[in-house]
Design a binder for this molecule. Sequence first.
Ligand code: ZN
Length: 251
Amino acid sequence: MRQAIISDIHANQEALIAVLEDIEDRGIDDIICLGDIVGYGPEPVECITLVQERCRIVLMGNHDYALLKGPEGFNFVAASAIECHKMMLDEGCLGRNRCASHLRYLEERPETYAQEGALYVHASPRDHLVEYILPSDVAYGPSGKITGVFEMIEGVCFVGHSHIPGVVTTDQKWLMPDEANGMDVSKGKFIVNDGSVGQPRDNDPRACYVEFVDGTVLYHRVEYDVAKTMKKITDGGCLHPICSKRLEKGK
Ligand code: ZN
């Protein structure tokens, strides 16, 4: 089995195209998306179209859910981006039918997927859309939270949501991508965070995704035209300026 696992695209078409090209260059044709196609970025419509065309499995993310049901619990920046995207989906599509089909596509997204002992989910196996799994959860030793999360899984579990790539082991160590590269996660339990395509938050602005090949994990970083996405956000006028600024530093 060889697949690419992507997530947290956040309407960043420039990053998504760069990642899809990198995946194609590596000869990988099976792509799983762990959700959050929309939110924060300038091109939600285009990103939904691309993901729909290129990914075999696409899961529901909390921002996708918020676009459908309302941004409950979101901070101002995230909530206003959802409102902005609602307008873009109303006005920016080539006719209402295409918008309707995009929304229907999001509505039909499942929350989980399982294949050959691996589980795929946007946020956490315990709370599919909202719970964050973060390096701080294990920074001072094992936590009840992570113990509880591991109790929910049988093998490897791929997550996104936090935009922080890394692998959590059952002895509750957070392995950075460099330490985790090439690691066999096919035996035992692991939580693998695939990072973010469109809004990395680990101080590296390059798009991030995971290759899962014969039970091992490989992290890939992909350069894309960050300035172009930043300009699109600024020019669009309805997204908060922080959505643009944070991309430059990967925060
Ligand atoms: Zn996200």
